[in-house]
Design a protein. Structure first.
Lengths: 193, 312
């Protein structure tokens, strides 16, 4: 939990809070999301029942380039790319198809892509941007918090803005004053919604 | 002759010697797994002859261990089949119980999650009641467990062990009506059970299940069954050849007081009822043959001596 500046789970049942801290940690770790969260406050009251997660996100400025996921080997008339990480492979192929056309891009096997008759230098290909990890972040966070929240809590209200988010879930209809509660939880972290 | 449940583990070479020996001694093999070069036999053997089996299997490097859960069918009741409960902890617990000989079925409830919306329908209730014991895997909050348990226990007649996040004392205090077994500190978690303390918890669950089942065994012994389910299993295997065609891992599942026969009820129930066991006594005389709520299987419930006046 070193990467997260503030991480608290608040619950009227201390044992439950402890378990949910562990669950939140495990889920965010599994989904590789701990590194993007700066502050996180989770509030659960099984008696109401309500689950609130509010957090501050770290700015994501990095982009994924071809060089990050492939080693390029320029040869006569063609360029062979050896893929090291498949996560952005589909996105990379799409960029190549648009730029060079499908007839000049070939993928003989899972970890190899060959570009034919490419005039650009290898360094330029390496710098091509193929993905923005921040784009799917909100979707990933919603999925992760759906896993963290107790399963019966199916009525949800999420608010995701650049840099901060709130996730509210309950089994019953959300009460009107819920925004005040969310604001109070942000205040505990020294932030405003 | 008292039969005790044991597991035999050994190499595939000459393992038929052990099978013959167990059968000659009057024991029954409930399940046989052949895994590459290894054989695992789950069986009932006469208590006095365990040492003899150990003696004979020593030269072929066989190992005999006590497995109190052999010959039992356990319902692991999970609140749902969502990622919240699977694969941890539901599968971990089910798999751990299976490792020491139990036959576990996972029963997932349609309206298990939540507090207000929770419910148990008649099919779920009947399926759970077909087992020897039900292990309820609850969540982490006292308030939820307290509210849900009376609803989830409605109509359940088999012994129940409840696992939940709060400690054992709290579970004992909040669960009403009381159940037979409690294991605290095992609620919902999202990680694999592989650390020593987590494995200790799984052992604690097994110990609790064993304790509850031992009590049930003692109760059964007071009014013995008309025929041993393991013996019945062997007879059905001999006399109803269709069972050999069933591809399920356990076509005949032995329970403490009965048997699950994985054949269609309408086609095979009359044949089973007519099946002669010994001296003109048919299965219909000493057991109830009823349809199972699980697929179209058959449940054979062996009647006690007090009802049939027969023990064979």
């Amino acid at each position: 939990m070193l990467a997260v500046e503030y991480f608290e789970v608040e619950c009227p049942e201390p044992v439950g809070a402890e378990y949910y801290k562990q669950i939140t940690n495990d889920v965010l770790l599994d989904h590789n999301l701990l590194k993007v969260i700066d502050k996180l406050h989770v509030y659960i009251d099984p008696k109401v029942p309500v689950f609130i997660a509010v957090g501050i996100l770290k700015p994501i400025t990095t982009v994924v380039r071809v060089g990050d996921i492939a080693n390029i080997n320029p040869q006569e008339g063609k360029m062979t790319l050896v893929i090291t990480d498949e996560t952005y492979l589909a996105a990379m192929l799409r960029v190549f198809w648009e730029r060079f056309g499908k007839d000049r891009v070939e993928q003989p096997d899972r970890f190899t892509v060959i570009l034919y008759n490419v005039t650009e230098p290898a360094s330029e290909i390496e710098n091509l941007v193929i993905g923005h990890p921040g784009e799917s972040l909100n979707k990933d966070l919603i999925y992760a918090f759906r896993c963290v929240a107790p399963e019966g809590f199916r009525l949800r209200s999420e608010r995701f803005e650049p840099g901060k988010f709130s996730f509210v879930a309950s089994e019953n209809t959300l009460v009107e004053g819920i925004d005040e509660l969310v604001k109070a939880k942000f205040a505990l972290m020294g932030e405003t919604p | 002759m008292t039969l005790v449940p044991v597991t035999y583990k050994g190499g595939i070479y000459q393992h038929d010697i052990v099978i013959d020996l167990i059968e000659d001694l009057g024991g029954y093999i409930v399940q046989k797994h052949v895994l590459a070069q290894e054989v695992v036999l789950q069986c009932f053997v006469p208590k006095d002859d365990i040492e003899l089996i150990r003696e004979i299997s020593r030269p072929i490097f066989g190992e005999v261990t006590d497995s109190p859960l052999v010959g039992t069918e356990i319902a692991i009741v999970s609140m749902s089949l969502e990622i919240h409960h699977l694969p941890h902890p539901s599968c971990d617990i089910a798999e751990y119980a299976r490792r020491i000989g139990a036959k576990t079925n996972m029963v997932s409830l349609a309206r298990g999650p939540g507090k207000r919306i929770t419910g148990l329908n008649d099919e779920e209730r009947d399926v759970i009641n077909e087992h020897d014991i039900a292990v309820y895997l609850m969540g982490n909050f006292e308030a939820c467990i307290e509210h849900k348990m009376p609803i989830l226990l409605r109509g359940i007649e088999v012994p129940v062990v409840v696992c939940g996040g709060p400690d054992k004392e709290t579970l004992v205090r909040i669960i009403d009506p009381p159940v037979e077994g409690y294991v605290g500190g095992v609620g919902r978690f999202m990680r694999r059970t592989k650390e020593a303390d987590q494995l200790d918890k799984l052992d604690e669950i097994i110990a609790e299940i064993t304790r509850v089942l031992e009590k049930k065994r003692e109760d059964l012994a007071k009014d013995p069954l008309s025929v041993s389910p393991a013996r019945l299993m062997n007879l059905i295997r001999e006399r109803v050849p269709a069972i050999l065609e069933v591809t399920s891992p356990t076509p005949l599942t032995v329970q403490m007081a009965g048997l699950r026969v994985k054949l269609p009820y309408d086609t095979f129930a009359p044949e089973l009822r007519r099946m002669e066991i010994e001296d003109g006594i048919t299965l219909g005389d000493i057991a109830e043959v009823v349809p199972s709520r699980m697929r179209d299987y058959i449940i054979v419930r062996v009647l006690p001596f007090s009802e049939t006046n027969i023990v064979i």
